[in-house]
Write a protein that binds this ligand. Structure first.
Ligand SMILES: C[S@@+](CC[C@H](N)C(=O)[O-])C[C@H]1O[C@@H](n2cnc3c(N)ncnc32)[C@H](O)[C@@H]1O
Length: 244
């Protein structure tokens, strides 16, 4: 576990929801699309016992719990402050099927084969020991269980901008990018088989040029482009099943 990642999110917790929607509202659409993909991926799989890793303030937790009232969801985060924010949010939304637990994704405080579904969004990019995270997910998942993850793409615009302008795009905490080939071999090595994959935030230009003046067009282009340029997207969304 990296102390500076925990410190960064603990200090940001109270403002996290405000500061992360910065690009003229486009993030709102990206969030909406991401939720849609997660819901699609989860729709036909068993999800009585669900684990979310690195839940943060509940960007996904709250809508997921709301739409899956029969699921028992455990939401884990390393940062107590992020969990506190999520706790307040769940209380105000009267969501009761989520329990919160402080923990490290590389050393999960759960017994083997406890969950039907594990999902984690915008987390693996911070985890230096991401192999351990994947191996822990395998350990706590039941056989045949499903994992849904997003990996920041090595060939997406974000990674490329970062490589070209490192000083301007400097991250305050470590960020790791992945190629699809790396994702595939990582998951295979730890006993998973990829079932579905989809790109998210596949291109950049309307974000910076047109902002939220054309949200519908943006959404339409994004949905269309992401169908065939998944490997070049900002985030690769992956659904995989535990086979070993
Ligand atoms: C970018 S935020 C994403 C939060 C949320 N999943 C979302 O999509 O909005 C990353 C989250 O991962 C958590 N995190 C980072 N390293 C962690 C670790 N080793 N174990 C558990 N949580 C961790 C942070 O505290 C933070 O809440």
């Amino acid at each position: 576990m990296e102390k500076n990642v925990e410190k960064f999110y603990s200090e940001l917790a109270a403002d996290y929801d405000k500061v992360r929607t910065y690009t003229w509202g486009i993030d709102t659409f990206i969030d909406e699309m991401q939720r849609k993909i997660i819901f699609d991926f989860a729709r036909k799989v068993k999800r009585d016992d669900v684990l979310e890793l690195g839940c943060g303030t509940g960007r996904i937790t709250a809508p997921f719990a709301f739409s899956n009232r029969n699921s028992k969801i455990t939401a884990v985060d390393i940062s107590k402050n992020m969990l506190q924010q999520l706790g307040k949010k769940l209380k105000s939304l009267k969501i009761k099927n989520v329990s919160l637990k402080q923990g490290d994704v590389t050393k999960l405080p759960f017994k083997n084969e406890s969950f039907d579904l594990v999902y984690s969004m915008r987390v693996i990019w911070h985890i230096k020991e991401y192999e351990k995270m994947i191996s822990e997910i395998n350990r706590v998942l039941k056989k045949g269980g499903t994992v849904v993850l997003d990996f920041p793409g090595k060939y997406g615009h974000w990674s490329i901008l970062h490589a070209l302008f490192p000083a301007r795009t400097k991250f305050k905490v470590p960020v790791y990018f992945f190629s699809y080939r790396e994702v595939r071999s990582l998951l295979r090595k730890h006993g998973f088989k990829i079932k579905e994959s989809r790109g998210l935030h596949t291109f950049l230009w309307p974000t910076s040029i047109l902002g939220n003046r054309i949200p519908k067009l943006y959404k339409w282009i994004e949905s269309f482009v992401s169908l065939f340029s998944f490997r070049f997207s900002k985030y690769m969304m992956i659904k995989a099943v535990k086979v070993k």
